[in-house]
Design a protein around this ligand. Structure first.
Ligand SMILES: NC(=O)c1ccc[n+]([C@@H]2O[C@H](COP(=O)([O-])OP(=O)(O)OC[C@H]3O[C@@H](n4cnc5c(N)ncnc54)[C@H](OP(=O)(O)O)[C@@H]3O)[C@@H](O)[C@H]2O)c1
Length: 317
């Protein structure tokens, strides 16, 4: 099986950061891409989901829909995070199977590995220890979806499999002032500091924690590559395997944005986990390696940030 062609491919969550990147990549192929907004198809509704598959008959599904949110939202609404994500996964995976879909790719995340698992994180760490309490509900739903794919594969011999992406960045990211991830938060803050002539920017914590980042276009490329494999792993990390300190990241972001002021740290603020990086051995064995280095990826992301800001379409919800 090569990269899918002449297939009907349903991409759920196509307006999200991951789904839109996958759609950009599929636009260069001869596949027919099916999408539906949440208003047209709410995947938490079993009857609507079943009817959609009945009418549209996709042959491949890339499941990039999810209820996502920051620590505060996850901690405040665990009922919604567990219920909506679990229901969406069960409805969509089940409907796909009942309508003859032989290939299903489920989006997991490295944030569903146990909180204190050994670094770099290998696929074997899944379910090996307690989860991070602040996103436990989300992680439980995602783990159930990933396992359901594995069980369908084992029991019904369909190729349902998952990817575990590391921290992503790129066009379509969320720039919420309080709830965004570290990289979009730094872009927003350095851009604002440049615009307003601030002499310095202060980072939370010591700046010493090490993190890994993957451009979302690389993830989309990895997804299409994994879909081309006849027998992909049940789940595989998708990352670069390269990490850097938050201080180093801040310096690259400042340079990309053109901010020339000083960068200070604030050690009185919490740092979080000292190191978080994926082991990409299995991914390499699958024949894939990232192409976009952080510098190039940041230039592309900052250009998208400026375009989205100018057009009044910057995502910050
Ligand atoms: N972003 C990251 O850094 C990252 C890292 C690792 C893994 N991932 C995984 O990648 C997946 C996608 O993440 P993302 O960052 O692309 O999220 P996102 O930008 O928030 O997109 C999520 C999409 O899901 C759709 N959706 C939510 N609830 C729905 C429902 N009930 N019915 C139909 N569609 C629904 C949303 O539709 P609307 O547009 O209508 O709201 C949105 O298009 C998630 O599983 C996430 O865990 C993301």
């Amino acid at each position: 099986m090569g990269v899918p062609h002449s297939k009907k491919i349903l991409v759920t969550g196509h307006r999200g950061m991951v789904g839109s990147a996958v759609c950009r990549h599929l636009a260069d192929t001869d596949n027919e891409v099916l999408t539906a907004t949440r208003d047209a198809l709410d995947l938490t509704k079993p009857n609507a989901t079943e009817a959609y598959f009945d009418t549209n008959r996709p042959e491949i599904v890339i499941f990039a829909s999810a209820k996502v949110g920051g620590i505060l939202a996850n901690d405040t609404y665990p009922v919604e995070f567990l219920t909506e994500n679990l229901t969406m996964a069960v409805n969509t995976i089940g409907a796909a199977y009942r309508h003859g879909v032989k290939r299903f790719l489920f989006l997991g995340s490295t944030c569903i590995y146990p909180r204190d698992c050994p670094q770099p994180i290998t696929e074997a760490s899944l379910l090996s220890g307690p989860l991070e309490p602040t996103n436990e509900a989300y992680a439980l739903a995602k783990i159930a979806g990933l396992k359901l794919c594995q069980y369908y594969r084992r029991q019904h011999r369909v190729t349902y499999h998952s990817v575990m992406p590391t921290n992503l960045y790129g066009p379509g990211d969320n720039y919420h002032p309080e709830h965004s991830h570290v990289l979009p938060a730094l872009i927003r803050r350095f851009h604002h500091a440049k615009q307003t002539g601030q002499p310095s920017v202060q980072l939370w914590g010591t700046g010493q924690p090490r993190r890994e980042f993957l451009h979302v276009d690389d993830l989309a490329d990895a997804i299409l590559h994994l879909l081309s494999l006849e027998s992909p792993p049940d789940w595989v990390n998708v990352g670069t395997g390269v990490d850097l300190t938050i201080r180093e990241l801040a310096a690259i972001v400042a340079d990309t944005v053109g901010y020339t002021g000083e960068i200070h740290t604030d050690p009185s603020r919490p740092d979080g986990t000292p190191v978080k990086c994926t082991d990409v051995t299995l991914l390499r064995e699958c024949g894939w390696k990232h192409r976009i280095n952080l510098q190039q990826g940041l230039e592309n992301t900052y250009a998208a940030f400026c375009r989205e800001l100018d057009a009044g379409k910057l995502r910050s919800a």
